[in-house]
Design a protein. Structure first.
Length: 256
């Protein structure tokens, strides 16, 4: 990671209002919602005062990378996927605090000290402790996500809801043979009741963890986007979709 001073000089020719010059791959709000951090395939990470449309900081990581931005609950550390690795930087100055060469995607922060990391090559989910710089727990799984105090771990035909800090299994859901959850993008509602699974170019599936019943959201055709969000009251699911190359839409689904 280049220093903040170098990067500001590198981009000094760009006006303050200029943003990305390629598609954005990741967005995250600060805990106080006053700043928005974006990353794009142009290699830029930009910290915005979004209400005043002002660029506060701008850093360069490398072209054509999925950054998978994740911010710690206190807003002090930003996890950034880089080429052949993962970096934890301070958003205010771009300083790299810690670098991991083995993994490239942080699934999310469990707290300010624990992060969940995808090890795609080994099909493992790693609970990593930043203070000791060591894995605390390693779990079998293709993908995972953190939602409040719970994590959802996805394997081929099993979904596991676990306590995020300890990894203790709270509930295990065995999927029927026709449902292969491997390499799908999961979402977990804040209360842990609803699970969304989505693979590229397939209909999303929503699962009720209380009854284990599942529903194909077949009103969404050729869904490309994975920008799906549960509302904080757990009642609604907003799905970003692309019906064709010229038409992006958002669909609101009422859970239950």
């Amino acid at each position: 990671m280049k220093s903040s001073k170098h990067l500001k000089k590198h981009y000094s020719a760009f006006p303050k209002s200029i943003g990305h010059c390629s598609p954005i791959d990741s967005l995250v709000f600060s805990p106080d919602s006053k700043t928005l951090i974006s990353s794009g395939y142009d290699g830029q990470i930009i910290v915005w005062d979004w209400q005043n449309e002002i660029v506060l900081h701008r850093y360069f990581t490398g072209f054509g990378i999925d950054h998978h931005l994740k911010l710690s609950p206190n807003g002090v550390l930003l996890a950034v996927g880089i080429e052949n690795g993962l970096e934890f930087i301070t958003p205010r100055n771009g300083r790299c605090i810690h670098r991991l060469k083995r993994w490239s995607e942080c699934v999310g922060f469990v707290n300010n000290n624990l992060v969940l990391i995808n090890d795609y090559e080994q099909s493992k989910i790693v609970l990593y402790e930043l203070s000791s710089r060591k894995p605390k727990l390693v779990i079998d799984g293709h993908n995972a996500i953190v939602s409040k105090d719970r994590m959802l771990v996805v394997t081929d035909h099993v979904l596991e809801i676990r306590v995020a800090v300890t990894g203790e299994i709270v509930k295990s859901i065995l999927l029927p043979p026709e449902l292969d959850a491997s390499y799908s993008t999961p979402r977990l509602s804040p209360d842990g009741r609803w699970i969304l699974l989505h693979k590229e170019m397939e209909n999303p599936i929503i699962i009720d963890t209380e009854t284990t019943e599942y529903t194909y959201l077949d009103f969404i055709e050729r869904a490309w986007s994975f920008l799906h969000v549960f509302s904080s009251d757990n009642k609604f699911l907003v799905l970003g979709t692309e019906f064709d190359k010229d038409c992006n839409k958002a669909v609101v689904f009422e859970c239950g």
